[in-house]
Design a binder for this molecule. Structure first.
Ligand code: NCD
Ligand code: ZN
Length: 353
């Protein structure tokens, strides 16, 4: 049976666009499909000043293909003691800084400049609370004694929840929520939001580890149990306005993914929406896709709803789909979600309906 759904143009509230040849290679995937993209600041060096964020935003727009439509990158600064708080206030007032991203030092790719503890950056959170700006949190403990699959829950309990108790006015988005514990924290605390990725919705840790270890599915926070995945799907399909799509698309060259010590990150900008559509379809919840992919994030970040739409049709694609791309620097990147993309065609909706 064919399923068809027309949705307002979706947004991606968490994406890594990288720099230079990698930026040139990936930006079109995001820019052609999504309208707003919350661009992550974990470059080398990290984006800790408004000037750096503006320069990066200009570079992204210059790299975006001509047919990118209404694509709008929005910038997050990197939470670090290096952030000048007057600069941050100016960036927020000028509408350049949309959010600030907290990385626990050492938790993930390019997180070395992050803080050791959430408590290290209290004055920065005061500025965010004051201005109603969201703190985006990579919620993963770096305590080596904590099991890798328990690190999100551990961080929430020991770092994020105590901070939120102390500063109830601080608006928090739990990024790429990956566990039942994360879903619970968001539900228990009004005003708290979460992004959920296509890969955390559609895969569980046995996919990562059981049938030949899969570096292409390795990311942070690590894909967790089937029970956790089920809770994420329930949250995403529930219509709860606290949950929105953030792909966490994070390209790494195959040389970094398939060597010793695979880098964390899944490149899903190309087919992530199809993966989400397939997950919602399998759950019998395709009707909930517009809320999750298009509406909820706009409300969370206070932006207008889009005026254009796209249509997703579930019918097998009869051509071959790309499984990887190569940058102009010769780096190959594997595309996540080909299997699901084979089941869906996405096209611009006819404006006359
Ligand atoms: C991201 C990256 O590669 O920049 N990797 C990842 O596994 N998600 C960083 C991040 O968001 O954790
Ligand atoms: Zn990320």
């Amino acid at each position: 049976m064919t399923s068809t759904i027309t949705i307002p143009r979706p947004d991606d509230w968490h994406v890594h666009l990288r720099d230079d040849a990698m930026l040139d290679a990936v930006v079109g995937y995001t820019a052609r499909r999504f309208r707003f993209a919350m661009v992550m600041p974990n470059l080398i060096p990290p984006l800790t000043s408004v000037a750096a964020a503006v320069a990066y935003r200009d570079k992204i727009l210059a790299s975006a293909p001509a047919d990118s439509g209404d694509f709008r990158p929005v910038m997050a600064l990197y939470a670090s003691p290096e952030v000048d708080l007057d600069d941050l206030r100016t960036g927020i007032a000028d509408g350049v800084v949309a959010a600030v991203k907290y990385y626990p030092a050492g938790a993930t790719t390019n997180s070395e400049a992050g803080a050791a503890s959430m408590r290290d950056l209290m004055p920065l959170y005061e500025v965010l609370a004051d201005t109603g700006t969201r703190l985006l949190v990579h919620a993963e403990s770096t305590d080596p004694t904590v099991d890798i699959f328990d690190r999100e829950a551990h961080f929430l309990e020991n770092q994020l929840a105590p901070l939120m108790d102390e500063m109830p006015e601080l608006l928090v988005t739990v990024e790429h929520v990956s566990t039942a514990a994360g879903v619970e924290l968001v539900r228990d605390r009004p005003g708290t939001a979460a992004t959920i990725t296509p890969h955390h919705l559609a895969r569980e840790r046995s996919d990562l580890l059981a049938d030949g270890m899969r570096p292409d599915l390795y990311c942070k926070p690590v894909i967790n149990s089937e029970a956790d995945r089920v809770r994420l799907v329930e949250a995403a399909t529930s219509g709860d306005p606290a949950f929105c799509l953030g792909t966490d698309s994070a390209p790494h060259p195959t040389t970094a993914k398939y060597g010793p010590k695979a880098k964390a990150g899944v490149f899903n900008a190309a087919y992530g929406l199809e993966v989400v559509a397939e997950t919602f379809h399998s759950h019998g919840s395709l009707d909930a896709l517009p809320a999750f992919a298009s509406h909820n994030g706009c409300a969370i970040y206070g932006v207008d709803a889009p005026s254009d739409h796209i249509t997703l049709v579930r019918e097998p694609v009869d051509s071959e789909l790309a499984t990887q791309f190569t940058t102009s620097a010769g780096d190959e990147v594997v595309l996540f979600g080909v299997e699901e993309a084979m089941q869906w065609t996405v096209r611009e909706a006819d404006p006359k309906g």
